[in-house]
Design a protein around this ligand. Structure first.
Ligand code: HEM
Length: 244
């Protein structure tokens, strides 16, 4: 474990000193690509009132690497598996994708931009449904600040870790109804055809309360962009019996 920490610290330290060097020499990233987070932290620390020393930057970068990469890739992996094993859902996503492509373009290979993916209600619902059944963070823990009694009657006190399973909560009949075990994107669509917003304490895949996921919107945009590109341009099939 300590070797792994050392490797991560060393790699991140290299990124930080390279970026400090680039900024000192006035080398800027391509403006069209926007500003990367490390540059923002280094150049706007005074405006933000932060003390961006190397330790702060190292921890921030590691936080984003862990929080923003493996969560999204795990979510997309389960999502593609569910879609490939539910042909009706796959067909509906493909149909929705075709509906946002300008007619004159035809049905050729293409990618989808942010404006286009923001219109994809069914795809958004299918991703929520996949995260309900397979949350990237399958369990969490909380610790009470003061002694308290939970609605269930359990007594809790400080320094006590309360563990709860998001995986189990996403499959509870009394929370999601009789069809809780089914992959059914429709449950996320309101009668008006818009996304049905479930309370964050019911759909906990992005946590709830003050420590809720900061990257939720970015994550949805990334996942929809990647999922749209894969589903529109390819057919993903599970290799039966693959050792995994
Ligand atoms: C499907 C994708 C994602 C899921 C399911 C997810 C889920 C979560 C969860 C459950 C937490 C709370 C962790 C805890 O306190 O124990 C969290 C925190 C966080 N997430 Fe995400 N996340 C995703 C993508 C992202 C992305 C793409 C970013 C960054 C661009 C990001 C940034 C963060 C940060 C910074 C926190 C810490 C917030 C804090 O403690 O104040 N996440 N996320």
């Amino acid at each position: 474990m300590s070797d792994a920490w050392a490797t991560l610290d060393h790699t991140i330290a290299k990124y930080i000193s390279k970026k400090r060097d680039e900024l000192r020499k006035g080398i800027k990233s391509n403006e069209e690509d926007g500003v990367d987070l490390l540059t923002s932290y280094l150049s706007e620390d005074e405006i933000m009132g932060l003390k961006c020393d190397d330790k702060f930057l190292r921890d921030t970068i590691l936080n984003f690497m862990i929080a923003g990469r493996d969560t999204t890739s795990s979510a997309l992996t389960w999502f593609l598996w569910l879609v490939s094993t539910h042909p009706v859902v796959e067909a509906k996503i493909r149909e929705e994708l075709e509906s946002v492509i300008p007619e004159q373009e035809g049905n050729k290979w293409r990618l989808f931009n942010i404006e286009e993916v923001s219109k994809l209600v069914y795809l958004h619902s299918a991703i929520c449904e996949s995260l309900r059944l397979y949350p990237s963070v399958p369990f969490q823990h909380k610790e009470p600040l003061n002694p308290d009694t939970l609605p269930s009657g359990h007594r809790v006190h400080p320094r006590m870790k309360v563990l709860f399973s998001l995986y189990a909560m996403g499959r509870m009949e009394f929370v999601w109804g009789e069809d809780c075990a089914e992959f059914k994107p429709e449950r996320w669509i309101s009668e008006r055809g818009t996304i049905k917003h479930e309370p964050s304490y019911k759909f906990l895949s992005f946590n709830a309360g003050p420590r809720t996921c900061l990257g939720k919107e970015v994550a949805f945009t990334q996942m929809k962009t990647v999922a749209a590109a894969i589903i529109h341009n390819y057919r993903v099939r599970v290799v039966e019996g693959h050792p995994g």
